[in-house]
Every structure is written in C-alpha cells, then in structure tokens.
Design a protein around this ligand. Structure first.
Ligand SMILES: NC(=O)c1ccc[n+]([C@@H]2O[C@H](COP(=O)([O-])OP(=O)(O)OC[C@H]3O[C@@H](n4cnc5c(N)ncnc54)[C@H](OP(=O)(O)O)[C@@H]3O)[C@@H](O)[C@H]2O)c1
Length: 288
C-alpha cells in the first residue's frame, strides 16, 4: 500500500519503520529533514519536503507530532497534508491532542472527501519500537476498517471507541489514571525507604498482589535509584493533563488528584526535570 508518515520523533520513527518492514511503500516527512534522511537510509522509501508533497499518492496518511498546534500546522494550510491528499484517502493522527481538534479536523476532512481518525497511542517508546502499542481510535467505522490492518503493524490492541474525538477522550482517561497511579507509587516507595524497608523487595512482593500495575512493574527500580533520564517526559504529561483538565471543565467532571499531580509536575519542571520520565514524582518526596 502507498502510505505517508508525518513526524519521525521518538514515537513516529519506529512506527513508520514497522510499516516499511511490513512491505508498504512509505513516503516520510519530518520538519527537521535530517531525521527523514536517516529514516530512508535505514528503511528505504522516499522523503518529501512538505506534508502536502508526502501525502499526494498515499491511500493512508499517518502522523505523530507534538500538540494541537503542531497537528494543525502539519495537517492544514497550503503545504499541509489535507492539501496533498487525494479524495478517499484517510488521515490517521497518532498525536495526543484534544478531542475538540479531532472533531474539527474530521469535519474539515469530510468537506474535502477525506477520512480522518484520531488514534492516540499508549505504550511509550518501547511499545513503538517493539510494535506493541495500544491504539485508541475515534472516527467512522468505514475508515477504521481500512486503516486498522495498517495500524496493526505497530499496535497490539487497536480499538474503535466511537465517533471522532473518542480516541482522544480514551487517552485522557489513560493519562488521568496514570497520574494518580504514579503519585501513589512514588508515595509508597518513598514511605518504604524511610521506614527502612528494602524497596526492591517491597515492590516485588506487592507487585504480585492488588497494587500491581504497569507503572509499578516497569518503574519501581529506577524510582528507587532516582534515575529519570529516559521515558515519557514530564513536559508531555503536562501537555496531556492540560488537555484532560480542559475537557473536565467542559463535561463537569472533578479531577482533584490529576489537578494536584499536574502541579507536582510543574514543580519538577521548575527543578529542571521537564525531560525526566513521569516517574520522577518521587524526586519531590525524596528531596523535598
Ligand atoms: N514519547 C512517548 O513515550 C509517548 C507515548 C505516548 C504518546 N506520545 C505522544 O506522541 C506524540 C509524539 O511524541 P514523541 O515522543 O514522538 O515526540 P518527539 O520525539 O518530540 O517528536 C515530535 C515529532 O513531531 C514533529 N513536530 C512537532 N511539531 C511540529 C510542527 N509544528 N511541524 C512539523 N513537525 C512537528 C517533530 O519534528 P522535528 O524532528 O522537526 O522536531 C518530531 O518529528 C506526542 O503527542 C506525545 O504526547 C508519546
């Protein structure tokens, strides 16, 4: 299939790589051209100078950029993806962005005879590299049916959640739960260390019981060691929690813990930890 992939960052680069490895003809675009250059050296395919040029012949266009503004910059405008796509083509946006934007872009796509799916992902850099992402999709079923087998090349679970924006709303639920979970683990492990317990032994025992979680399994060791220079950045999490808090104001849901944890992440940014992994919440407790 002729595909285009826009945005070769930490997530996009390996995701696009899975499509090439599966035998698809992939044209890539990246704002910083050097990344696109190294991608085609590694995977073949073509690179284009603008999103419009990259998407011209593609049946499906996939993208993964930063935030709402970045999605707009890449999808719309004279050099954007929509300007290049042929009628019937589908734009799949893997960026974590607002549900409002997803609905607006679906409307714009429809007006041009195009399909649109919001399809944020969970599973981090490792999930993108080993092709085991969870993908939460919003949009029309007809577009989903066409795009799903392509997303399966890097998605272990690919689920249509409902109409446009439902993928982003589901990702918000994911981030709300993660925020509270990571803070709980940070408090528990900090308590364990101050109580004189062996933190590793504690995490391993309770990880086999009701306190088990992905975050505990995958982050306890580095949290205990105070290592945070990897993973899902605090800056990204603040972007995501900002989206959640704005949506909660609209749908009248209370997010007291997520709002508090967002402030803790702001303290971490003030400490220079904007690029640290989200598990760095324990830093505030270990070094108040
Ligand atoms: N990293 C994770 O663990 C993770 C997990 C789940 C979801 N996500 C979400 O996935 C998305 C991408 O994350 P990432 O970690 O891959 O980020 P990243 O490494 O910073 O990559 C961002 C990509 O978007 C491009 N980009 C950003 N703004 C742009 C603009 N205005 N115009 C054109 N291109 C633009 C960047 O191009 P340049 O190379 O030119 O900068 C880069 O290719 C985010 O929404 C993030 O929240 C990330």
């Amino acid at each position: 299939m002729k595909l285009a992939f826009l945005g070769l960052g930490v997530m996009g680069y390996p995701m696009a790589g899975h499509l090439a490895k599966a035998g698809h003809d992939v044209t890539v675009y990246n704002r910083t051209a050097a990344k696109a250059e190294s991608w085609i050296k590694e995977h073949g395919g073509q690179r284009a100078a603008t999103p419009a040029e990259a998407t011209r012949d593609a049946a499906i266009v996939l993208m993964c950029v930063g935030n709402d503004d970045d999605v707009r910059a890449v999808a719309t405008g004279p050099e954007g993806a929509f300007a290049g796509m042929k009628r019937g083509a589908i734009l799949v946006d893997h960026t974590t962005a607002s549900a409002e934007l997803a609905r607006a872009l679906e409307g714009e796509a429809k007006g041009k005879g195009l399909g649109f799916l919001d399809a944020p992902v969970s599973g981090g850099q490792a999930g993108a590299q080993n092709g085991r992402l969870t993908i939460m999709v919003g949009g029309e079923e007809a577009s989903f049916r066409i795009a799903e087998p392509v997303m399966r090349h890097y998605g272990l679970a690919v689920t249509l959640m409902g109409s446009a924006g439902s993928g982003q709303l589901t990702k918000m639920v994911n981030q709300i739960i993660i925020a509270g979970t990571v803070q709980g683990i940070a408090e528990g492990l900090n308590f364990a260390q101050r109580a004189g317990l062996d933190g590793k032994k504690v995490a391993e025992v309770i990880g086999k019981g009701a306190a088990q979680s992905w975050q505990l399994d995958n982050r306890y060791a580095t949290m205990l060691e105070g290592k945070f220079e990897f993973g899902f950045a605090v800056n990204w999490m603040r972007k995501d929690l900002g989206i959640c808090l704005a949506e909660a104001r609209r749908n009248n849901s209370a997010l007291p813990v997520a709002a508090l944890v967002d402030q803790f992440y702001q303290h971490l940014q003030d400490r220079g930890g904007g690029r640290w992994d989200t598990s760095s919440l324990i830093h505030l407790l270990a070094k108040p």
